[in-house]
Structures are given as structure tokens and as C-alpha cells.
Design a binder for this molecule. Structure first.
Ligand code: PLP
Length: 406
């Protein structure tokens, strides 16, 4: 590698090693996944799908993609007679847009969770192309910070959307897919669930499934997810759809949106699914929840306010209003002390999104490094001290380095 690039790459390794990472959407992949990402599959063009490519020389790529599809379905206990999967999306945002383009016409009406309530840009926010090309109405959370199912129903009744999108980037509670599916069925609309954040938790059953209820009742019609958050795979995304929707979804990905799939990424995604089916991964997700709950409780003891009063998953939002520090300043104070967490709006935030009132805290990355409840207690104290202006850089760095990155 070029000397300067090699230096930068090593500096980033060092930064990761020396930092306590609380960014809820980040994680550390296994050495096997890094190996797959640097494989020679990156050299290959394979526009099309297994068995129907526009380039020769794809006999092994076909097997890799077919295996990735099979392992994806197995990871979420899905039968390939009912569900199909596309493993080619480059990332979460293009995957979501490809779904909209597959099942909606331009300017069709849809519902999505507002960014300011914890939703994602691609769920119809006005500066995102999803909000430009489709007529999204946004629902949010109620006064307790809980997803407002009543508002979803009211909007569905009023606007008769063709699609309801749910899923979030900053929501700490279990999402009730049964309730959302009932609304979708009542108003005869498709239900798309974006499980980008909680995919790892859904895979092991520590968060309810959007695919079907325990009773066997069918829920979502389409499920999208990134592969690089709690699922702990490489950057990428996949789209699950009910079998009858898959031809339109596949066409929307290729040739609708993308050219050649990133085959090295597909190899790494297959590896991630194989890892996600192991008992060790289940233990990992159980520990994520224990860690998040512990960290939230310890911060509450230190007089921090948590949006919705707690957490059921891998993240929570701290509302810093009572601490007299903005989200932006908190992010900087933490970073100065080798703790990384991103600023975030809180519901009904009186401040501007660029410097909002909150900070988002997640434990998937620290849990991958082997941290447990004991370390969460310590991290709560470090956060408290850092936000009071104390210097805890060396303490934070020492703690991080006791748990090497994989
Ligand atoms: C719920 C949700 N959907 C989609 C995305 C977009 O994924 P990507 O950043 O891979 O485009 C994210 C990323 O943060 C997300 O949180």
C-alpha cells in the first residue's frame, strides 16, 4: 500500500483500539469478514443474478450469492416458498429507495417515522430523495417517547397510503409489529419494516420478528436491513420480500438502481449470516441488552434523563437539557476523552438538528470487544465526569485497550 495511505490506515486502527465506541450504528467485524472484504471477488463483474449474468466467469460468484441468500433466509427462519431475498444492495439507503421504486409510483403516498422522533432520513424526510419523489407523511412518538401507533392509524385512515414504513435509528423500545401489521391490513396497504438497527437482535429472537408473530400470523410484506450494525457484518444491505413481490424488488435493484454487485461484500455478508446463527452470537445479543440496560440505569442514577425512561434494545437517547450542555458540546467533550457517541435530536427538540439536545448511546461495539455490566458502570462514570469538564482521557483509553478490537 502507498506509504501515506498505510499510515492513515494504521492510525485509524489505533484510534479504534484506544476509543470507547458508543455509536449505536457501529460495530467491529470478525477477522473472517475482513478477509472476505479484501478477497479477489472484488475484481469480478456480475451484473444480473445467479444463473442469469451479463458477464462470463461467474460460476463461483453464483455459488457465493446463492449461499448468501440461503444463509440470510436461514438466519431469520424464513421459508423460501414464502420469502425471497436480494443480497445485492450496496447499502441501506439505496436498498430502501429501491423498495419504494419497486412498489410505489412517483408521488404515491406513504407513511414513515419522522427523523426527529428517531426515524431515518430514507423514511421520507424532506431532504432525502425518498421525501422528494414520494409523498411521505410522518408519524412520531407520544409524550412518553413511545411510538405513536394511534397517529399511524389516523394518518393511514386520512391519507390511504400505499406503503407504511417503520423501523428506526434512534428508538430504544420494542416495536410492536403486530399492531403495525393490523393497521396495514385494515387500510389495505403494504408494510415495510427497516430493521437496520435491530437486525442482530431480531435474528436471535431478543427482539420480536417483523416477519411473523409467534402465533404464525404473517406481519410485514417487505423487510430491509443493513448488515453492518447489530448484525456485525460488512457494510451492505439486503431486502427480504414476500415471494410475489420479489420480481419487482429484484428488477428495481438491477437494472433499476445498480450495476454490478459488490461480490467481496456478498462473500462477507454470507460469512456474517453464518456467524449470526451461532450460539456465541446469541449470547452476544443477550449481552448487548444487559449492557444497554445497565448503562442506562447507571446514568439515571447520575441524574441523566433517558428518552422514554429506559431501553429494551441496543441503544438509548440521553436528553441533556437538565445538564446545561448541548448534544454538540457533549459529543466534543466525550471525543476529547476517547469516548465516541453522536449528538442526536430528542423528540420535540427545541434546539436545531445541527446542535440538538441529545446524545445517542449504543453498546453493540463495546459488547463485541467483551465489555460487560462492570465496564458499563465504569463508562457511566466516565461519561458523567467528561460532561462535567473533567479529564478522563487516560482512564477511558486504558479501559478501551483492555478490550482489543477484533
Ligand atoms: C434505520 C436505518 N435505515 C437505513 C439506514 C441507511 O443505511 P446506510 O448508511 O447503509 O445507507 C440506516 C443507517 O443509519 C438506518 O439507521
Amino acid at each position: 500500500m502507498d506509504k501515506q495511505l498505510d499510515k492513515l490506515n494504521k492510525l485509524e486502527d489505533k484510534r479504534q483500539l484506544e476509543t470507547i465506541n458508543l455509536i449505536a450504528s457501529e460495530n467491529y467485524v470478525s477477522p473472517a469478514i475482513r478477509e472476505a472484504m479484501s478477497s479477489r471477488l472484488t475484481n469480478k463483474y456480475s451484473e444480473g443474478y445467479p444463473g442469469a449474468r451479463y458477464y462470463p466467469g461467474n460460476q463461483y460468484v453464483d455459488e457465493v450469492e446463492t449461499l448468501a441468500q440461503k444463509e440470510a433466509l436461514k438466519t431469520f427462519n424464513l421459508k423460501n416458498s414464502t420469502w425471497g431475498v436480494n443480497v445485492q444492495p450496496y447499502s441501506g439507503s439505496p436498498a430502501n429507495f429501491a423498495v419504494y421504486a419497486a412498489v410505489l409510483e412517483k408521488n404515491d403516498t406513504a407513511l414513515g417515522m419522522a427523523l426527529s422522533s428517531g426515524g431515518h432520513l430514507t423514511h421520507g424526510f424532506k431532504v432525502s430523495h425518498s421525501g422528494r419523489f414520494f409523498n411521505f407523511f410522518q408519524y412520531g412518538v407520544d409524550k412518553n417517547g413511545l411510538l405513536n401507533y394511534e397517529e399511524v392509524e389516523n394518518l393511514a385512515q386520512k391519507y390511504k397510503p400505499r406503503l407504511i414504513v417503520c423501523g428506526a435509528s434512534a428508538y430504544s423500545r420494542i416495536i410492536n409489529f403486530i399492531k403495525l401489521s393490523k393497521i396495514a391490513k385494515k387500510y389495505n396497504t403494504l408494510l415495510m419494516v427497516d430493521i437496520a438497527h435491530i437486525a442482530g437482535l431480531v435474528a436471535t429472537g431478543v427482539h420480536p420478528s417483523p416477519f411473523s408473530a409467534k402465533s404464525g400470523q404473517a406481519l410485514a410484506d417487505i423487510v430491509t436491513t443493513t448488515t453492518h450494525k447489530t448484525l456485525r457484518g460488512p457494510r451492505g444491505a439486503i431486502i427480504f420480500g414476500r415471494a410475489e413481490l420479489m420480481p419487482a424488488i429484484n428488477k428495481s435493484i438491477f437494472p433499476g438502481h445498480q450495476g454490478g454487485p459488490h461480490n467481496h461484500q456478498t462473500l462477507a455478508i454470507a460469512q456474517a449470516f453464518i456467524e449470526a446463527q451461532t450460539p456465541k452470537f446469541k449470547q452476544y445479543t443477550v449481552q448487548i441488552i444487559k449492557n444497554t440496560k445497565t448503562l442506562a440505569k447507571e446514568l439515571q442514577k447520575l441524574n441523566f434523563n433517558i428518552v422514554s425512561g429506559g431501553t429494551d434494545n441496543h441503544l438509548f437517547l440521553l436528553d441533556l437539557t437538565n445538564k446545561g450542555v448541548s448534544g454538540g458540546d457533549a459529543e466534543k467533550l466525550l471525543e476529547k476523552n476517547n469516548i465516541i457517541a453522536n449528538r442526536n435530536t430528542v423528540p420535540n427538540d427545541p434546539r436545531k438538528p445541527f446542535d440538538p439536545s441529545g446524545i445517542r448511546i449504543g453498546t453493540p461495539a463495546c459488547t463485541t470487544r467483551g465489555m460487560k455490566e462492570k465496564e458499563m458502570k465504569k463508562i457511566a462514570q466516565l461519561i458523567d465526569k467528561a460532561l462535567c469538564g473533567q479529564d478522563v482521557k487516560n482512564e477511558a483509553k486504558k479501559l478501551a485497550m483492555e478490550f482489543p478490537t477484533p
